[in-house]
Write a new protein. Structure first.
Length: 229
């Protein structure tokens, strides 16, 4: 069974001929699937006899069908190069340090020039989630974060703070003024040198929504874009 969690390693080439610091598509994306729970765990049992009265606390966890997680490392470079050329005029190495942004969206032609604030409520609408569910968008995205790109700046949009808290935050943005569909929503995070949920050092981590359906109906394709600033 495929996993909705993946380790992504990006190989990025930013072309410096004509436009600097622009949002560009990610190239050379490699994914390593991590195991997904398939419902074959063994249940715990308690032995009881008639006439007994037992105080019993029960705990358990269910895997969400609405959300997936990406994390990994990013390598990048800046080059001065002619259009469609494979030879560099000049080449700069780039060291990550909290000065870049990576975004994921179902839309490979997402308009990052018109991004604005969005919310958990609008994520629920775009993906058809029920707001009353424990893992709905409105119960996942709250607080606020900022997304700063060369083409646009968004202040105070809603975000999901992945664990460990306060390190990587998934900021949600949209490309329209009204209620968006899922192709008009993107999820962005500032690159850094923090840990992922497992305590491993990574360049980024973000949560993204997926259709709440079993099997292939629950899959979502995401396109990745980065901007080095």
């Amino acid at each position: 069974m495929y996993s909705k969690s993946a380790l992504i390693v990006f190989g990025i080439l930013l072309l410096g001929s004509g436009v600097a610091w622009a949002m560009v598509p990610a190239e050379n994306i490699y994914a390593i699937d991590l195991p997904r729970w398939i419902g074959n765990a063994t249940a715990s049992a308690d032995v009881i006899e008639g006439g007994n009265v037992t105080y019993l606390n029960v705990s358990g966890a269910s895997l969400t069908d609405k959300w997936a997680d990406y994390f990994g490392n990013i390598t990048s470079s800046l080059t001065l190069r002619a259009y469609n050329d494979t030879s560099d005029i000049f080449h700069w190495s780039w060291n990550i340090g909290g000065n870049g942004v990576v975004c994921a969206t179902p839309n490979g032609s997402f308009d990052f020039g018109s991004i604005t604030n969005t919310s958990g409520t609008e994520i629920d609408s775009a993906w058809g989630f029920t707001g009353a569910d424990s893992d709905s968008g409105v119960k996942t995205f709250g607080g606020s974060c900022n997304v700063s790109l060369a083409t646009a700046n968004v202040t105070g949009t809603q975000m999901a703070d992945t664990l460990p808290s306060g390190e990587y935050r998934t900021c949600a943005v949209k490309s329209v003024a009204g209620t968006p569909n899922k192709n008009q929503v993107a999820f962005c995070t500032v690159m850094g040198s923090y840990n992922n949920y497992r305590g491993d050092p990574v360049s980024y981590e973000m949560m993204v929504p997926t259709p709440a359906a079993p099997g292939a109906a629950g899959w979502e394709s995401y396109y990745f874009f980065i901007e080095v600033q």
